[in-house]
Design a protein around this ligand. Structure first.
Ligand SMILES: Cc1cc2nc3c(=O)[nH]c(=O)nc-3n(C[C@H](O)[C@H](O)[C@H](O)COP(=O)(O)O)c2cc1C
Length: 188
């Protein structure tokens, strides 16, 4: 099964271990070109991307911290600080925005699944180019005020914040589920 070697090596690199350099313009474009090559029922392309890099990462972090305190003024300073830093580690965070078309004959579930495949394809493309990446959400992905500040339109969702950069350490492997335990034979 040597052909699967590359896929078998895939793993996330935690965002705190991601540093400069991030992808350059050509690498970013190449990654996005792979990411949009996903199964997409109805060819709706029900997703889009936002790149957060440079100073914008810190601005978003400040807004997260402010929002956390607005929602709960008693939030522990350490947690507020974590929110402040959330987008400042990796040099690039790609927001994968799901834009499902309601009422279409392709169910919204399938449109969102296609967006999930986009997120995963980005992880693979980043790793193929020698970068580390991690797919994160966190509370910010579900907070209407943060979504508004990101410029999402009504009905759009954050499917993932894909943090991408150069790994400063080898990420530890984790225990993977046993596929045999997950497989059953359907018998009519
Ligand atoms: C939709 C989605 C959202 C996730 N959000 C978070 C998150 O907010 N925080 C976190 O620690 N891991 C989150 N993860 C898990 C990491 O992406 C990743 O799976 C984990 O770091 C293990 O790495 P692996 O990809 O090598 O299994 C999320 C995964 C998915 C699929």
């Amino acid at each position: 099964m040597n052909e699967l070697r590359y896929l078998r090596q895939r793993r996330s690199v935690p965002s705190r271990l991601l540093a400069d350099p991030g992808p350059d313009a050509a690498q970013l474009r190449a990654m996005l070109a792979e990411a949009v090559r996903v199964p997409d029922h109805g060819r709706l392309a029900p997703w889009r991307f936002l790149a957060i890099r440079g100073e914008a990462r810190h601005v978003l972090g400040e807004r997260l911290a402010a929002r956390a305190l607005q929602k709960d003024p008693a939030t522990a300073p350490a947690l507020v600080d974590k929110d402040r830093q959330r987008f400042s580690q990796a040099p690039l965070v790609l927001v994968v925005v799901g834009c499902p078309v309601p009422g279409h004959k392709v169910p919204v579930q399938e449109q969102l699944l296609s967006g999930g495949a986009v997120c995963f394809a980005l992880l693979q493309a980043a790793q193929a180019l020698g970068f580390g990446a991690q797919w994160l959400t966190g509370w910010a992905a579900y907070d209407h005020e943060i979504l508004r500040q990101l410029g999402l339109r009504e009905g759009e969702l954050v499917l993932g914040f894909i943090h991408i950069g150069t790994a400063t350490e080898t990420a530890p492997e984790r225990q993977r589920p046993d596929p045999d335990a997950l497989l059953a034979e359907w018998s009519p």
